[in-house]
Design a protein around this ligand. Structure first.
Ligand code: ZN
Length: 317
């Protein structure tokens, strides 16, 4: 390359995780009817991959206790992927019973985090998912994997690449090749994301990568940009930036879907999502949880709105 040029992709796929990761840390839990309204609004905006909830123990995460009810009540639209987060075979079975064909298994890349929470290592935990793989194969379900604390962990700080690789390798061995690298604690920085992204894409070409950022320290959009430069094409986000952070009370949550979509469209990268409709969803979500959205574009409006306002003001002079 004689000039510094970057080839940006024409399209990036956006996955909405607000109904799961967004709501699971909220104090005010929307009703099933309200969740349905949110879901319908997400579908209407054009999002094609939606995480609708989690099949975890209702006592551990009461916000997700009605995921079964939500799945049974929702009308599936063709071409939209509906998935849920599951911790184990019980979760996979519940997802299947509720009519889902996709479930996401999760493990922490950090050994210290994994040992503290599950008294197991990441590799052993993923090996334990063999029963899930068997069940999924028999029942025509697709499994994906999420690797939390892929960048930073409250126990050890920066997570070494080898730890993430160990978790990835274990998933790949089981035949699970759609993997999400998650910055659960909002500790990832753009350079780290670029380095890990390029490394992983090179080391595991068979994997379909997703990246999942929290905006705890305002680095999420920058992280998405460098992840795109590294070659990642799938990103999660949550409407209204819901989610908070269990380790930092009062901190921002997931990166706001509407901020991601707005940025990508401004960059000339298609998402297939109607931004104005995504903003409506975010307003609805903020109303349901009873607090302001953690979203720049909801506060400031779109870039193009500002231009219009200026033109109008000038015309009125
Ligand atoms: Zn998350």
């Amino acid at each position: 390359m004689d000039k510094m040029t970057l080839a940006w992709p024409e399209k990036v796929t956006f996955c909405e995780v607000g109904l799961r990761d967004g709501l699971q840390n909220e104090k005010t839990i929307p009703s099933v009817e309200q969740k349905l309204e949110l879901l319908n609004s997400v579908v209407a905006s054009g999002v094609k991959i939606i995480e609708v909830g989690a099949f975890v123990h209702p006592k551990a995460v009461p916000q997700m206790a009605d995921t079964d009810a939500l799945c049974r009540a929702m009308k599936k639209v063709d071409g939209v992927e509906y998935r849920a987060l599951v911790p184990n075979i019980k979760g996979v079975q519940r997802a299947f019973d509720a009519g889902l064909t996709k479930a996401k298994l999760t493990v922490s890349a950090s050994e210290a985090h994994c040992l503290a929470n599950f008294n197991s290592t990441p590799v052993k935990m993923v090996e334990g998912f063999a029963d899930c793989v068997e069940f999924a194969a028999k029942n025509n379900m697709v499994l994906s994997g999420a690797i939390s604390t892929s960048f930073g962990c409250p126990f050890i700080g920066k997570v070494p690449v080898e730890m993430v690789e160990n978790a990835v390798r274990s998933f790949v061995k089981l035949g699970i090749t759609e993997l999400s690298l998650s910055d659960t604690t909002g500790m990832a920085n753009p350079r780290q994301v670029f380095d890990l992204g390029t490394h992983m894409i090179r080391a595991f070409p068979e994997v379909q990568w997703v990246m999942h950022f929290h905006n705890t320290r305002d680095m999420a959009l920058a992280n998405i940009v460098t992840a795109i430069q590294a070659g990642v094409r799938l990103f999660d986000g949550a409407f209204a930036g819901l989610g908070g952070c269990p380790f930092a009370p009062g901190a921002s949550g997931n990166v706001a879907s509407e901020d991601v979509i707005h940025m990508l469209h401004e960059m000339g990268i298609e998402t297939g999502v109607d931004l104005l409709k995504a903003m409506d969803t975010a307003r609805m979500a903020a109303r349901f949880v009873g607090h302001e959205a953690g979203s720049a574009v909801l506060k400031a409006g779109r870039c193009q709105d500002l231009v219009k306002e200026k033109a109008k003001a000038q015309n009125n002079k």
